[in-house]
Design a protein around this ligand. Structure first.
Ligand SMILES: C[S@@+](CC[C@H](N)C(=O)[O-])C[C@H]1O[C@@H](n2cnc3c(N)ncnc32)[C@H](O)[C@@H]1O
Length: 403
């Protein structure tokens, strides 16, 4: 178990849980593991460790807000991602992604690379170019990082058996579908040298733990998990969490609700200059693959690399609460903390800090006003950052960048 300053941070299987409420995270994770996976060799040790670490009963709000359920990925999607990244066959789609990312060029000069939304982490291996000292894989899903770490180390036996099981393929022969099952091998794990550079941490991309070192943040398909306002909010948050001189590399496929100019606008609003903009008209993309009748799907994909050269102009980043006006009115009028806060079915006990942040946000049209509301005398960038991390990671606040 890792324990940090406030004594609140836990880790599971040596992967730190750098989230708001790690105890709540573990309670939700235990339930997810029980519901979604059958037995597997590593499972009972993990469940025992969760039992030892999370004795305290978490509230439904802390379970939800800690993020274990918000990473949205279930076993079926995770299994598809194992296929996409880890099966060693002509169906592997990682190589063309890595060619597109071009690490020797886009990570040039970086010592510490942080991957946000790393999923099953195979990408960490090719990002470990010789000039890089560490690649930290982060994700909101503990189980993806854990499975990824085991795959990187070649410990395939520690995974749910269905991940390595035979796959069903359909081929057409003489005008008829023919079913074929094939067992596919896992890809080569990373070498000892690159493995020693790879670290893992559960953290929310809206609220990246500040102890994690980074010169370059790589977000491979992270934004694909979000659309519309949420996508723009995350982009602005990623930009806000980097310092001057730090860079970001975003890879995102283009579908409805995720338009390329959002990326450039969001980055400009948070003080970045774009160094590289690339479009690949048909990069393999299989998150939506439903069976193995399709070899693979391809999508137009963009890569944007940008460096932070200016501090963002806080009054140009607009805020809007993702709450109904009647909820906000009630929040101001009473001391209430227990009212449904969004449509997602999340439970609704706000902490008093969250309530204060919400009240400040409700009086502010942009980030500059929000900062003044939070600390009227000395506007502290730190307080504002904490409040933005807290509210955006829980989906209570949206950000947008004015061009
Ligand atoms: C579309 S997948 C991409 C995974 C991987 N990068 C790849 O290319 O296969 C999006 C990833 O983002 C993670 N994710 C979703 N919401 C997140 C959040 N708020 N913070 C961090 N990771 C998140 C998911 O768990 C998932 O691993």
């Amino acid at each position: 178990m890792t324990s940090r300053t406030k004594g609140l941070t836990l880790s599971l299987a040596k992967i730190p849980l750098l989230v708001d409420s790690p105890a709540g995270y573990l309670v939700a994770l235990r339930q997810k593991l029980a519901e979604q996976y059958g037995d597997w060799p590593g499972r009972s040790a993990i469940v025992r460790e969760i039992g030892r670490t999370s004795k305290k009963r978490a509230t439904r709000w802390t379970e939800w807000s800690s993020g274990a359920n918000r990473s949205r990925w279930n076993r079926i999607i995770i299994q598809q991602l194992v296929d996409r990244e880890w099966l060693d066959s002509e169906y592997n789609e990682l190589d063309s992604l890595i060619d597109f990312i071009d690490p020797s060029r886009n990570l040039a000069g970086a010592k510490h690379v942080l991957v946000a939304g790393a999923g099953l982490c195979r990408i960490a291996d090719p990002l470990c170019i010789s000039s890089v000292d560490s690649v930290t894989c982060t994700d909101l899903s503990w189980e993806m990082l854990y499975f990824g770490r085991e795959l990187l180390a070649g410990r395939h036996r520690n995974l749910p058996t269905e991940f390595g099981g035979p796959r069903l393929f359909f081929e057409i022969e003489n005008g008829r579908f023919k079913k074929k099952t094939r067992r596919l091998a896992f890809g080569e794990p990373s070498t000892r040298i690159s493995r020693s550079k790879i670290r893992f941490a559960v953290t929310d991309a809206f609220a990246i733990d500040r102890s994690l070192e980074k010169n370059v943040l790589v977000a491979p398909y992270l934004l694909d998990a979000f659309t519309g306002d949420e996508c723009e909010t995350l982009l602005i948050r990623l930009g806000q969490q980097l310092g001057l001189g730090q860079s970001i590399v975003i890879v995102m496929s283009l579908t409805a609700g995720r338009l390329p100019d959002v990326v450039v606008r969001g980055l400009r609003a948070t003080g970045f200059d774009v160094d590289t903009l690339k479009l690949h008209p048909n990069l393999p993309y299989s998150f939506s693959r439903v069976d193995f009748g399709f070899v693979r799907q391809e999508r137009a994909t963009i890569l944007v690399r940008a460096t932070k050269t200016r501090l963002p102009v806080a009054k140009k980043i607009r805020l809007s609460l993702n709450l109904s006006p009647s909820f906000v009115a009630e929040l101001k009028r009473t001391k209430m903390r227990a009212v449904g806060v969004d449509g997602s079915g999340a439970p609704s006990e706000l902490s008093s800090t969250e309530r204060n942040y919400l009240l400040a946000a409700s009086e502010s049209a942009n980030c500059a006003q929000f900062a003044e509301q939070l600390s009227p005398r000395a506007v502290s960038a730190d307080v504002t950052e904490t409040a933005l991390a807290c509210l955006t990671s829980k989906g209570l606040l949206r950000l947008s960048g004015m061009s």
